[in-house]
Design a protein around this ligand. Structure first.
Ligand code: FE2
Ligand code: FE2
Length: 353
């Protein structure tokens, strides 16, 4: 097989004779050589195309070898290139200074061919190994990203399948759950919640009435006027929904879905069901989602009421009408609703039944 790319070394030296000498040695070892006559030239050459290794002179007019090494090692693009400092100075101080600048190896002038060969070969082998590890890590990270995406998509598919199943059993339409997703995400954004929360509430909201699957048709399909016993049965749907979701997975969507299913009929003032929890005892996601659910129910036609206009629905939520009162809602969620009520109107008309 043909070698795809010949190993290339950059020789940096202000003395032309030294460049030629080192170049000849490298070519004799089977490497390709590039040349720079100053530190500035070397930086430009590396920026243009990365060599596999650099042989770097120390004493040069302008940028000296220490400064060139420091700059190359400080730049993430060139920091992995091994540098061999070629020096006439055998003293300890300049070696220390070179090490501090990030240089990997030293060669002393006049350069011994066998020593050059050994040092270059070792460094290239280490670099090859490091490059392999870096590639491998990149590949693993990509695989993890792809798997996570797959998993997220399968959660979302599950959610929509569940929401569709619940729909068959409910007066609400598929568009109701879609609108509730949008109301919830909008309120969450208004409340300053982060992208993860907004994503979770968007996908968790459609599952709020999933528990209605477990409510008998005799109760579900009764057009109006449930008696006390029938109400008691109907009020089990939050717990039933949470139970179903609890068996599916521990994805963030399902965990928030449980909070929402269980808490979406709780009220801030404690007058809700199933547990009569109040205030901050009710999970925030449920407090948010409940408001959108009420707005959407007010806009819908029900056996006991005509559909309300947007204005009337807003007035009912913010000022109360006896049946719905502002004390039912988290004051912060209510304030967010006031701020983005126009958005609710738009969501309702965009996803109208
Ligand atoms: Fe419900
Ligand atoms: Fe609902």
């Amino acid at each position: 097989m043909e070698q795809s790319k010949q190993t290339t070394l950059l020789v940096v030296d202000d003395d032309e004779r030294n460049r030629k000498l080192l170049g000849a040695l490298l070519v004799a070892e089977g490497y390709a050589a590039r040349f720079s006559a100053s530190g500035e030239e070397a930086l430009a050459s590396v920026a243009e195309r990365l060599p596999d290794l650099i042989l770097l002179d120390v004493m040069m007019p302008g940028l000296d070898g220490f400064e060139v090494a420091r700059r190359l090692k400080a730049d993430a693009k060139s920091s992995a290139i091994p540098i061999v400092m070629v020096t006439a100075l055998a003293d300890r101080d300049s070696r220390l200074k070179g090490l501090e600048a990030g240089v990997e190896e030293f060669l002393t002038k006049p350069v011994d061919r066998a020593e050059l060969r050994a040092r270059v070969k070792n460094l290239l082998r280490i670099k090859e190994y490091n490059d392999f590890l870096a590639d491998h890590n990149r590949l693993l990270e990509e695989q993890v990203r792809a798997r996570t995406l797959q998993l997220t998509e399968s959660y979302r598919d599950t959610i929509f399948a569940l929401a569709r199943a619940a729909e068959f059993h409910d007066e609400d339409t598929g568009l109701h759950v879609k609108r509730v997703s949008h109301y919830s995400a909008m309120l969450a954004e208004r409340l300053g919640m982060d992208a993860g929360f907004r994503d979770a509430i968007f996908y968790a909201s459609p599952m709020h009435d999933l528990g209605k699957i477990g409510i008998p048709d005799a109760v579900m399909l009764k057009p109006s006027g449930l008696d006390d016993e029938e109400w008691r049965v109907m009020k089990r749907h939050p717990e039933l929904g949470a139970q179903i979701l609890g068996t599916i997975s521990e994805s963030p969507y399902m965990l928030m879905g449980i909070d929402i299913a269980l808490g979406h009929h709780e009220r801030w003032d404690g007058s809700g069901y199933p547990s009569g929890r109040c205030g901050g005892e009710i999970p925030l996601a449920a407090r948010i989602m409940a408001l959108g659910d009420v707005y959407d129910a007010l806009r819908a036609k029900r056996p006991y009421k005509p559909p309300f206009t947007h204005e009337r629905a807003v007035e009912t939520i913010t000022q109360g009408d006896g049946r719905t009162v502002p004390a039912h809602f988290d004051p912060a969620v209510l304030a967010a609703f006031r701020d983005c009520a126009g958005g609710f109107r738009e969501i309702f008309s965009t996803h109208a039944d």
